[in-house]
Ligand binder design. Structure first.
Ligand SMILES: [Fe+2]
Ligand SMILES: [Fe+2]
Length: 403
């Protein structure tokens, strides 16, 4: 044992409650900001970190339950929701990265590293294990942010002001664990409006935008190479599904933690589907920056409330898309294109869970947000809406059972 004074089991619970709170606040801010970040590489990292943050929260909640704390946000310091709201109120990519990663996650990492010396490690072994589980992802996240931020700050002047403000808010509540020296809270900064939820998803200004009328689907049988390239280009645009889930997650904070954990994973899966498209088109000689971005599907879905977006995605688009994936796997296996077949087989596997989550959570969303409809009624309404409003012909074809 080191010479430090150790915390009691009750203090340990309070520390863990704060760690979970900050990871959850990071998850929420990153999910809300996913559509608002125009830098493609940052979007890809942030989508992964939404899931890693959610998973860290889940691990800490499990330990809190073992320590008989079942309401981890009960009696939390009133300063903490103020810090969380300030993360959301970042104005651009630089401020998001500076506050979420280089203030919150960096200090959280430091706190977790010394936690085994602060708690009674010999008796609190499961919490020591927890720190070993959570630290590696946090280290990678912070290292990424430290390397990436300098590459974009030219575009975002004065980002340090918001970083220092958020750091000041945190310090005024005694830091990550709440027992540090408390400074007086910083003066409120004017002119920092909340930009969430993003009504339009952002891309770098020089990236091409999808034109629905120019989207011709090549015939799978007579033009297999054309079809393959076309299909994987559409995969890269599943980024918009991840962005849609980011906004849905941000707009439904009243829902249970289990739902949020599932949506965070759903978000990362859609990001992975975009990445499998990106990997495949690059192997086939295309650059992702040259693939027209289907921003329209995110933008038109944002005209709907979160519940309807979730029902549209999980009870219409995803189940309708399943048969095509089976057909494509058989098609690529027949052509001995094992890479394409492997990619779609994992996509198909993920989609099974997305549809299952949709069946589980859509009824809860309907109830929570006072919809009079049943699951089947909203499915029918959303399918009719989709056929009318989607810019993607492939989604209409799937609705008409053409694969
Ligand atoms: Fe997907
Ligand atoms: Fe999906």
């Amino acid at each position: 044992m080191s010479g430090l004074k150790h915390i009691t089991i009750e203090q340990n619970v309070e520390f863990l409650k704060r760690y979970a709170f900050f990871e959850r606040a990071a998850m929420r801010a990153l999910a809300g900001w996913l559509p608002g970040v125009p830098e493609w590489d940052a979007k890809n990292e942030i989508g992964l970190h939404v899931w890693e943050s959610a998973d860290a929260v889940d691990v800490i909640y499990n330990r809190l339950r073992e320590l008989r704390c079942h309401q981890p946000e009960r009696n939390i310091s009133p300063a903490l929701p103020v810090v969380a709201a300030a993360l959301d109120k970042s104005a651009n990519t630089a401020e998001v990265i500076a506050t979420v990663y280089l203030v919150i996650k960096k200090l959280l990492l430091e706190a977790l590293r010394i936690h085994p010396e602060v708690t009674w490690s010999n008796f609190d072994n499961p919490t020591v294990k927890l720190t070993e589980q959570v630290i590696p992802a946090l280290e990678q996240q912070v290292a990424w942010a430290e390397a990436f931020l300098p590459t974009i700050i030219d575009r975002y002047p004065d980002w340090e002001i918001w970083r220092d403000y958020v750091a000041g808010l945190l310090a005024s509540d005694g830091g990550i664990n709440g027992v540090g020296a408390k400074s007086s809270p910083p003066d409120r900064l004017e002119g920092h409006p909340l930009l969430l939820p993003w009504m339009q998803c952002q891309r770098m200004p020089d990236w091409p935008i999808f034109k629905p009328e120019e989207d011709i689907q090549p015939d799978r049988k007579t033009d297999p190479e054309g079809y393959r390239l076309w299909r994987f280009k559409h995969y890269t645009n599943e980024m918009t599904a991840a962005e849609t889930l980011g906004s849905i997650l941000w707009m439904t904070p009243e829902m249970s933690w289990e739902y949020q954990h599932n949506v965070a994973r759903h978000l990362w899966d859609e990001l992975r589907h975009s990445q499998l498209g990106q990997i495949r088109i690059q192997q086939l000689g295309l650059n992702v920056a040259d693939v027209p971005q289907v921003v329209q599907i995110y933008n038109v879905m944002m005209t709907l409330p979160a519940v309807e977006q979730y029902a549209l995605l999980t009870t219409v688009l995803e189940p309708n898309g399943m048969p095509e994936k089976t057909t494509n796997r058989e098609h690529w296996e027949a052509l001995q294109d094992e890479i394409s077949a492997a990619a779609v087989s994992y996509d198909w596997s993920d989609e099974n869970f997305h549809v299952r989550w949709g069946q589980k959570w859509t009824p809860v969303l309907l109830k929570t947000y006072n919809y009079p409809e049943t699951l089947e009624e909203i499915r029918v309404r959303m399918e009719a809406w989709m056929i009318e409003n989607t810019p993607v012909k492939m989604q209409q074809k799937h609705a008409h059972h053409e694969y």
